[in-house]
Ligand binder design. Structure first.
Ligand code: ATP
Ligand code: MG
Length: 370
């Protein structure tokens, strides 16, 4: 089985690692260079996109910011999973909000802004404080503003206006500020037969808008609520593959923040903590194979490695730690890899995390500060 992945980053790399035991071979389309590359070595495989489409059994994507003409030719081949519409929903907050409303899942009150007049209407409809997000191209908290008081309106509008005018398809989505207790996410898979499996929820800690820690949790009522919302969204999209939903937990009631139509950073813990990891389950789903068990086999936390390309040797020596490097060149803040930390129970996981925190440089891993 040969799978072509749109996008050639760490998610394609980890799909390739998970696919090998099932004889699933991956090649990746680098959207920037327009080359077909090997997902592990980045070696150019020397064939154009149309050849790669013709040679693939199945085509999928590892991220949502893919040119629509590329998505459309992939979809026309009849081999693309999930659907171009699902990828577009993940890449455009306007489509995403419409999807959440159509699936009737709880999400923050919102309003779409194209003009200054819309901005005034949004302030009236959504109220303050509000979060403003560019409809296209946002990730890791980039392209966002916080409007707390009316005195900020002019300054924020002048920045948003520039953003809107930069391309003819951009807009801003205003959202009510959700006073959440914590952020959780649900990663799951839907097969072409409509079967849905989900992993345990992960509790996520962000620092400066970037995911820092993600821990699988075991909370039955919240899990049930999340699974219902997941199933509603996945069915609405007639989804095939792994999908992630990010939620705000407000006193035990979930509100969907956003969706990711792909394997997700908050699902990396499944590599050591679940019976079948998210990368394998995504490949199983898109290749039409039975889905694997999503059962948690041991409590696990994923720690992102940002902007660092080395770790103290002690980390590798710790029984509880598993390092996953992405083979990328070092740049400040860049996602370079992650560490999965395991424990045979939650108290042991807490101890193991504390031990890891003592070994790591606190400047590089501020989540372990205090
Ligand atoms: P990514 O795709 O990397 O998850 P992003 O740039 O798409 O991030 P969001 O997830 O929408 O952005 O927002 C980043 C963070 O900002 C959220 O994880 C949350 O902490 C905060 N945030 C976003 N929207 C709201 C909101 N409506 N109310 C309160 N906080 C919010
Ligand atoms: Mg997010």
């Amino acid at each position: 089985m040969h799978v072509l992945v749109l996008g050639a980053g760490q998610l394609a790399r980890m799909m390739s690692l998970a696919g090998a035991p099932l004889n699933i071979e991956i090649s990746a389309y680098d959207v920037g260079s327009e080359n077909i590359v090997h997902p592990l070595t980045q070696a150019v495989l020397g064939k154009g996109l149309s050849n790669a489409i013709a040679q693939a059994d199945v085509i999928t994507a590892e991220f949502e910011h893919i040119p629509h003409d590329v998505l459309d030719v992939c979809e026309q081949s009849g081999k693309f999973y999930p659907t171009a519409d699902a990828i577009k929903a993940g890449g455009d907050r306007r489509i995403e909000k419409a999807l959440l409303d159509a699936a009737k899942v709880n999400n923050a009150k919102h309003y779409i802004i194209n003009t200054r007049h819309d901005f005034e209407q949004a302030i009236e409809f959504v109220g303050l404080p509000m979060v403003l997000k560019s409809a296209l191209g946002g990730y890791d908290g980039k392209g966002q503003w916080r409007l707390k008081e009316l005195s900020q309106v002019d300054a924020i509008w002048s920045e948003m206006e520039q953003c809107i005018q930069a391309t003819d398809t951009q807009a801003i989505v205003a959202e009510e500020f959700v006073p959440f207790d914590r952020e959780v996410s649900l990663v799951g898979a839907r097969s072409s037969d409509g079967d849905v499996v989900v992993y345990p929820l992960a509790e996520n800690v962000h620092i400066n808008g970037v995911l820092s820690l993600s821990t699988a949790i075991n909370e039955t009522a919240l899990q049930q609520q999340a699974k219902e919302m997941f199933t509603a969204v996945a069915n609405e999209l007639d989804y095939v593959g792994v999908l992630a939903l990010e939620f705000f937990d407000v006193k035990g009631a979930l509100s969907v923040n956003e969706i990711a139509p792909r394997v997700h950073n908050s699902g990396h813990w499944t590599q050591q903590g679940a019976e079948t990891c998210q990368f394998e389950n995504h490949l199983r789903a898109v290749c039409g194979m039975p889905l694997g068990s999503t059962e948690m086999i041991r409590p696990t936390t994923m720690v992102n490695i940002l902007g660092e390309d080395t770790l103290p040797v002690e980390v590798l020596a710790m029984d509880s730690c598993h390092i996953h490097w992405y083979g990328k060149d070092k740049r400040p803040g860049r996602k370079m890899g992650h560490i999965n930390v395991c424990g045979h129970d939650y108290p042991k996981l807490t101890d193991n995390l504390a031990e890891l925190g003592r070994v790591l440089d606190k400047n590089a891993f501020p989540v372990f500060n205090g």
